[in-house]
Design a protein around this ligand. Structure first.
Ligand code: GUN
Length: 279
């Protein structure tokens, strides 16, 4: 039987550490959260982020803008928040409506307030081992592995998915931990052969239950970043949990695996942002 890596429990540990620090150092931290339009999934995510702020003792400022908001108006708001000394983190929930250039918005956020870690300066810093904010989902996966006692040094790590938010920063973080890293994607030949080499397999491809036991080496650690609703409206991941669980040594469930870690790391980044701006 594989160990089920408990993301809910580990995310609570991380959040409690943030909460303690905020209290001990009497930190007055504010996160500005911007949502444009009312994509239902985004509304749930934004709601969860605001709840986490409340739990930790971080103030959250909520900007719920209509779908018709222009790019110029959004950029103006971001610039205003960049200048505001009382705001320490800025989060623009993605995806944005099609008429707004996401890259332009991300590049407008001050790197000092880039708690999502999406700004090119943050990504560049990560790639050359300099300090900067790290994208929350991959940073959360590193915490899940460390706090579950999974050794990364010298291990074969295969990442399925090459997105800017998960796959690419995940590869950089795994390199930092001295793993041997392979990144696979939709053009990878013989995917099963590659994923079968993994001691640690991280799956972020956005296809429900795509990874079955044929993709997994016996005893591997499997991390599932996907989240979908199946035909019965139940949540499932990119990994077919029931099929893979018997062959691996540890696995993250969906829900309750990677998901809660993303928010915990966002909270951690907000507390760090305050520290950087005070320094
Ligand atoms: N949309 C889906 N995940 C994220 C995230 O981590 N940050 C932001 N800003 N938008 C998202």
């Amino acid at each position: 039987m594989a160990i089920k890596i408990d993301g809910k429990m580990i995310s609570t540990q991380v959040k409690d550490e943030c909460k303690k620090r905020v209290k001990k150092e009497a930190l007055d931290v504010t996160l500005a959260v911007i949502q444009v339009g009312n994509d239902p999934a985004s509304t749930v995510y934004v709601g969860n982020k605001k709840k986490a702020c409340e739990y930790i003792g971080i103030h959250s400022l909520s900007y719920e803008l209509p779908e018709e908001t222009t790019e110029e108006e959004l950029l103006e708001l971001v610039e205003k928040l960049n200048q505001d000394k009382n705001v320490h983190g800025i989060l623009v929930q993605l995806p944005l409506p099609a008429h707004i250039d996401e890259d332009k918005v991300i590049q407008t956020i001050s790197p000092k307030k880039d708690v999502d870690g999406f700004h090119p300066q943050s990504v560049g810093a990560l790639s050359i081992g300099q300090p900067g904010f790290v994208s929350c989902t991959p940073a959360g996966i590193i915490q899940l592995l460390k706090r579950s006692g999974v050794e990364m040094d010298g291990k074969e790590c295969v990442i399925v998915g090459r997105s800017n938010i998960v796959g690419k920063p995940m590869a950089l973080l795994m390199l930092r931990e001295n793993a041997t890293v392979t990144v696979c994607h939709s053009h990878t030949a013989n995917l099963k052969e590659v994923t079968k080499r993994a001691d640690i397999l991280i799956v972020a491809i956005g296809k429900p239950k795509f990874i079955t036991k044929e993709y997994v080496k016996k005893g591997a650690v499997v991390i599932d970043v996907g989240i979908h609703r199946n035909e019965n409206n139940k949540l499932c991941g990119d990994v077919d949990f029931d099929d893979v669980e018997p062959v691996c040594s540890a696995i993250t469930p969906v829900p309750g695996g990677v998901g809660p870690m993303t928010i915990a790391m966002l909270m951690n980044n907000c507390v760090e942002a305050k520290g950087i701006q005070e320094a």
